[in-house]
Ligand binder design. Structure first.
Ligand code: PMP
Ligand code: GLN
Length: 393
């Protein structure tokens, strides 16, 4: 069952678009990874851990220093308290955390509610667990949680809801009202929640990140994920973690111990140092940089004829491309690489039910250096000028 379902999902769009961008020499605004390094102090901490002999297997649920810092971070940033040794589990990236949660918490035949557009790891790992995804569409232009649609997706087999706010790819940050709709449904139906909050620190002025676990009745049923890739710009380190109530974390850990047992010890040691020393002022600086890049990319995209949805969080901008073309997102994304030399993600692959919604959208990442975004803007403007007059906005 998993084999067929996974075969149907094919190669991840992220690998596909980055490969095409590299082959064609396009500016890569597709896959969400920074093209700059994370803080030097953290690299220094990793080097010190490597040189200092922290090179063997670590504690399976995470080095004591790391899980303690994660628990302190949850307390300091969100007022949520977790026992470091039994309510925190560290992984090889949030991606492993997603898989460990699905495999550890679900039974074959269970149903899981996913909001589309979704991160592609969710349906894949639901399939690996032998469970079935039920999809609720977040519809453009507001990408809001619709209570009636959510309730319509529930059956007596529903066991879990997957929530991702700040949301990739729409850039939405769910309001407290939306989170409370989700929380009420979870409590009423006794569902578990997997809350993917990897973009917790990338929330722009005007919006506010509220952890799902902080809503009434949710602390005891929510497994929350985060990742160092986004917050500290080291996507290649693959350091992720979960916090949650001990009985759920124990289930996730059972899967984790047979997936990887433990993740890269020196990188986890370095991340403990990062969480200890880089707090509010680092997060503010990161956000200031991303705010400027978001504004620059949004205005460039508007200028060349896209209709961007201004993101409230994450480092992605989703755009409507109908002002520029009637083509579907996949053909348009390929043509943009060839004609403009700029790569973006066609989001229809993030939809299962309402794929047509995705066919008129394109996702651009702005976790890139200013020079990279300038070059992308230069290429998009030049491409726009070369287009036949009737196709210009
Ligand atoms: N969840 C979401 C919503 C993501 O966008 C990503 C991608 N980077 C991940 C999880 C995976 O995080 P990691 O790189 O830590 O595996
Ligand atoms: N989360 C990243 C994105 O949305 C990609 C992660 C991956 O490549 N698996 O672009």
């Amino acid at each position: 069952m998993a084999r067929q379902a996974l075969a149907a999902l094919g190669t991840s769009i992220f690998s596909e678009m980055t490969r095409l961008a590299t082959e064609r020499g396009a500016v890569n605004l597709s896959q969400g990874f920074p093209d700059f390094d994370g803080p030097r102090e953290i690299v220094g901490a990793a080097v010190a851990a490597l040189r200092g002999g922290q090179n063997q297997y670590g504690r399976s649920m995470g080095l004591p220093a790391l899980v303690e810092q994660i628990a302190l971070h949850q307390q300091r940033c969100w007022g949520l308290s977790f026992d470091a040794m039994s309510e925190v589990c560290a992984f090889a990236g949030a991606t492993e955390g997603i898989a460990a949660a699905m495999l550890g918490l679900l039974e074959a035949g269970d149903e899981v509610v996913l909001f589309e557009p979704f991160y592609d790891g969710y349906p894949a790992t639901v399939a690996m667990a032998g469970a079935t995804a039920r999809v609720v569409t977040l519809r453009a232009p507001h990408f809001r949680v619709d209570e009636a649609a959510l309730r319509a997706a529930l059956t007596e087999r529903t066991r879990m809801m997957v929530v991702n706010s700040p949301h990739n790819p729409s850039g939405r940050v769910f309001t407290v009202e939306e989170l409370d709709v989700i929380a009420r449904v979870c409590v009423e139906r006794d569902l578990m929640a997997l809350s993917d909050e990897v973009y917790e620190h990338l929330v722009f002025a005007g919006a506010r990140h509220v952890p799902l676990a902080s809503r009434p009745g949710m602390r005891e049923r929510t497994v929350t994920l985060s990742s160092t890739g986004k917050t500290f710009s080291f996507t290649g380190w693959k350091v992720g973690w979960a916090t949650g109530p001990a009985p759920l974390i124990a289930c996730v850990q059972r899967a984790h111990q047979f997936l990887t047992f433990c993740a890269a010890t020196p990188l986890h040691a370095a991340m403990a140092t990062a969480l200890e020393h880089m707090g509010a002022s680092y997060f503010d600086g990161l956000l200031a940089q991303y705010t400027a890049r978001r504004d620059f990319l949004v205005s460039t995209l508007r200028e060349v004829g896209f209709s961007p949805y201004v993101p409230e969080g994450t480092y992605f901008v989703l755009c409507d491309l109908r002002g520029l073309s009637d083509e579907d997102d996949v053909s348009f994304a390929r043509r943009l690489i060839d004609e403009a030399g700029v790569a973006a993600i066609p989001p229809s692959v993030f939809y299962a039910d309402a794929r047509d919604e995705g066919r008129r959208l394109l996702r651009f990442a702005f976790c890139k250096r200013e020079q990279t975004l300038d070059e992308a803007a230069r290429r998009l403007r030049a491409w726009q000028r070369r287009r036949p007059a009737e196709r210009r906005p």
